[in-house]
Each structure stands twice: as C-alpha cells, then as structure tokens.
Design a protein around this ligand. Structure first.
Ligand SMILES: N[C@@H](CCC(=O)N[C@@H](CS)C(=O)NCC(=O)O)C(=O)O
Length: 315
C-alpha cells in the first residue's frame, strides 16, 4: 500500500480488522464524477465532462469490483469511447502489475509498471491501497474515481448523449429498492465471502459463512418464481453486483474462502440466473476464469503453496 506517496513493500491482504477478527474494507480515495457537462457530481470536484476517448479504465479480471465496471461499459456500449487496460491477476509485492500473464496488458497509456504509479501521479502524497478499478482521465492525467459503485452509476448515464444504448441499470422507480438490496448483497455476499476468507478467528469466519449462505438461500427462493432478474424483467445494477460474486463462487470462494456448504452450481435458480446474465451480449468476454483462479490462489496468506486447483470442470 501507499503511505504519503511511498509504496510499502509488505503487502498484507488484511490491513484492518476489528477486535473480533473481522476483516474491514478500506474506503476508496478518489471520488470525482464524470457528468454530461462537467458539473460536479455527488462527491469530489467537477471538470470531468463526458467526452469520447478522454477516459480509460484499469481493471483486473480477477476482481469482482472491477468486473462490475467492465460489464457496465459493455452493456452500455461504451467500448469505443472508453479504453481498458487489464492488470496481471497475481498481486506482487508492488501491488498490481502490468503485463506478464496471458491476457494482461502493458500500460501503453502511461508506461507504468505497477498500478500504484498511477495513484502517485494523481496525488503524490496519496495514502491507501492501490486498488482496481481505476477510472483515469487522460486529459488531466489523474484518477477520476476508484470506487466501482460510483463508476457503475456514471457509466449508466453520463455518456448517454454520446451513446444511447443498453438498459437503464438504475431506474428511478426502483432506486430505493435497488439501494437496499445492493447494501444487503454487499454486506452478506460481495464482502461477506471476503469476511469468511480473511477472517482471523473461528467466530468471525462462522458468522460470515452463515450470512453468505443465508443470503444465497434467500436469493435462490426469490428467483424461484421464474423471474428473469432480481427485480423482474428489468436488468439492474443489482444484478451486475450479484453476478460478479456468483461467477467467482465455485472457482474461488468455495475452496479458498471456505464458503463450502454447497456449490453455486447446486442452487438451481441462482445457477440458471448466473448463466442468463453470462449469455448477455459481450458479457462472457468480461469473465476470464483463468485470471480469477490464478489471482485468488496466489494470495499467499491463504494459499502458501500457490497451487491452483484443477477444477471445477464447469461453472
Ligand atoms: N471499493 C473498491 C474496492 C476495490 C478492491 O478492493 N479491489 C481489490 C481487488 S478485488 C484490489 O485492488 N486490491 C488490492 C489491494 O487491496 O492492495 C471498489 O469497489 O472499487
């Protein structure tokens, strides 16, 4: 991580935990918004007008948070106006690295070797972890935003006057319900699996494990009435947020994070739902299982041997 702009070599997956050994996630540090006219958004400062070719997205296929943004870029047809660079899925002592793995890119935009170089370019005194996703502004050479939830919202509407494509993933009529379900899915699943995997006490692990499977059971039953998506026929950002955790479940969370009551594949309604979203145009290309496996199983604190499991054969 970075301390006052200086990279600290000893990377630890758990930087903060509470007195019961529960993993605590850090807040994102860049929170500006791209808007149609460059006016300030809900947080941060203005000056980031939606313009074709001006912004660039740094992601890792391993990362569920980054993958949300990649999916929304795809669903909203922004591929031609927002470029993408993919980091190596194996975290190094220097954090995320460019190149060196099939399907990982060099950073042809800034020439950086590691992602943290972008953070210090954006703010020479920055402290915190150098996480993906990063939404980069080529015009001013800075980070617009590194919070996937914000980037998803921006991609949903900021560029609509340039590219009017794809569903509205945050329709106003559903906003309150979306916010509530997002929060529940974040707590129990998106972050819940990490709390199980990175727990440093039996109690913290069991608490998280119980919440993960209680939420999966609840969603399995919600989807069992034959609805296409969580809110019916309309695909929303909540589906994207759930999908990124479900797609990683059997290949990473079931084994590495000890979320092993059952596989996702054995939950029929959720499994069908997962494949329904995977079949949406362009979405399969946003999922690279080899990156997901290699990345998670390279977390030394959880898997010192570095051995990557051969299975499962199918998701
Ligand atoms: N709040 C961030 C979290 C992103 C995040 O935690 N990314 C992880 C990868 S899945 C990361 O880059 N970790 C590197 C590190 O913590 O040093 C978001 O949702 O955008």
């Amino acid at each position: 991580m970075l301390m006052n702009g200086v990279w600290q070599e000893k990377w630890q997956p758990v930087q903060a935990k509470d007195e019961q050994g529960r993993f605590i996630r850090q807040d994102s540090s860049f929170r500006h918004w791209i808007t149609p006219d460059g006016a300030p958004g809900p947080t941060g400062s203005g000056g980031f007008k939606a313009e074709p070719g001006r912004y660039h997205l740094y992601i890792g296929y391993i990362c569920p948070w980054a993958s949300r943004t990649l999916m929304v870029r795809q669903l909203k047809g922004l591929q031609d106006i927002i470029g993408v660079t993919v980091v190596n899925p194996r975290l190094t002592d220097q954090g995320w690295q460019f190149g060196g793995f099939p399907g990982a890119d060099e950073d042809s935009l800034t020439g950086a070797r590691y992602l943290h170089e972008l953070y210090t370019r954006a703010d020479p005194q920055v402290s915190g972890r150098a996480t993906v996703p990063v939404l980069w502004d080529k015009q001013t050479g800075t980070i617009v935003n590194n919070e996937s939830a914000d980037i998803v919202r921006m991609f949903n509407d900021a560029f609509s006057y340039l590219v009017d494509q794809g569903p509205d993933l945050y329709p106003q009529v559903l906003a309150t319900e979306i916010d509530a379900l997002n929060q529940a899915i974040y707590t129990d699943l998106n972050n819940g699996v990490y709390q199980a995997g990175f727990a440093s006490s039996q109690q913290a692990y069991e608490e998280a494990y119980t919440r993960v499977f209680a939420k999966l059971d609840e969603l399995e039953s919600r989807l069992s009435d034959g609805r296409r998506y969580l809110f019916g026929e309309t695909l929303t950002e909540t589906d994207i947020r759930l999908f990124v955790t479900l797609i990683r479940f059997d290949v990473a969370y079931h084994g590495l994070f000890k979320c092993n009551r059952n596989t996702l594949r054995s939950m029929t309604a959720l499994h069908d739902y997962l494949h329904r979203i995977l079949a949406l145009e362009g979405i399969a290309n946003t999922v690279q299982l080899d990156h997901i496996k290699a990345g998670y199983y390279s977390i030394e604190a959880l898997n010192p041997s570095g051995i990557v499991p051969a299975g499962p054969d199918a998701i």
